[in-house]
Design a protein around this ligand. Structure first.
Ligand SMILES: Nc1ncnc2c1ncn2[C@@H]1O[C@H](COP(=O)(O)OP(=O)(O)OP(=O)(O)O)[C@@H](O)[C@H]1O
Length: 219
């Protein structure tokens, strides 16, 4: 749609988040290339979650967004969240408890995949990709915390987002599971060429991502 290769990825251009009354919470310019992971760090209250909400399209009063958010050259600043093509993963897996693991993944699955057999195969392939082969029929409550997070990751990716936001997704895991989950998330995002914006308190997350670090300050 008129976008050239240099527009690819996620861009924040002259972005400012203001509180009602005009005080600025944060201001930044940022480009996240396809397959790149940018870590967002900073003290509590610096505006990390608010920044993700602005990119996702869920920013609410008292905050307002100035500037532009573009994805692969398309201006999505005013688009509703479901039209942005942006996926997000939180610390809590947010799987639906009344659906099986497979039904949870099928819920995320892009409508582009048509037909029962094809949809089932896509869900099975995603489960296998996350080391969860054979778990489609399980109740999410019977999975470990790490397994639930991996299922949530695949549900997000099955929607075929064009960018991925991470809001402290590893902080509930112990060290060993955290390492494995990081590797899985970064590998799957890179394989799909997704720009990734990751909010974290943990310098080891940023180091594992290997990309630039943006520090939001107090003020
Ligand atoms: N709905 C709201 N109404 C008023 N102020 C808010 C609202 N949501 C957040 N804030 C304030 O905006 C600032 C930024 O909040 P935000 O949650 O983005 O910080 P954060 O950097 O993600 O912090 P943490 O690391 O503690 O999660 C904080 O001072 C917070 O109190």
């Amino acid at each position: 749609m008129g976008a050239d290769a240099t527009d690819r990825g996620l861009r924040l251009e002259g972005v400012r988040i203001e509180r009602a009354g005009g005080a600025t919470l944060l201001a930044l310019d940022l480009a996240v290339a396809p397959g790149e992971v940018v870590a967002v760090m900073g003290p509590s209250g610096a505006g990390k979650s608010t920044l993700l909400a602005a990119v996702m399209g869920t920013l609410a009063p008292p905050f307002a967004l100035r500037g532009r958010v573009t994805l692969d050259g398309r201006d999505v600043t005013a688009a509703p969240p479901e039209r942005r093509g942006i996926g997000i993963l939180f610390q809590d897996d947010l799987l639906f408890p009344h659906l099986s693991v497979g039904e949870n993944l099928a819920f995320g699955l892009s409508r582009r995949v048509r037909g029962r057999a094809a949809r089932r195969a896509a869900v099975e392939a995603a489960l296998a990709e996350a080391g969860l082969a054979g778990m489609a029929g399980r109740d999410p409550a019977t999975l470990s915390g790490g397994e639930r997070l991996r299922a949530a990751l695949m549900r997000t990716l099955l929607a075929e987002p064009r960018a991925l936001l991470l809001d402290e997704p590893f902080s509930s895991l112990d060290q060993d599971r955290r390492d494995r989950m990081r590797r899985l998330v970064f590998a799957r995002a890179t394989a799909r060429g997704l720009p990734v914006l990751m909010v974290t308190h943990d310098p080891a997350d940023a180091a594992a991502a290997g990309g630039p670090v943006v520090r939001l300050g107090a003020g």
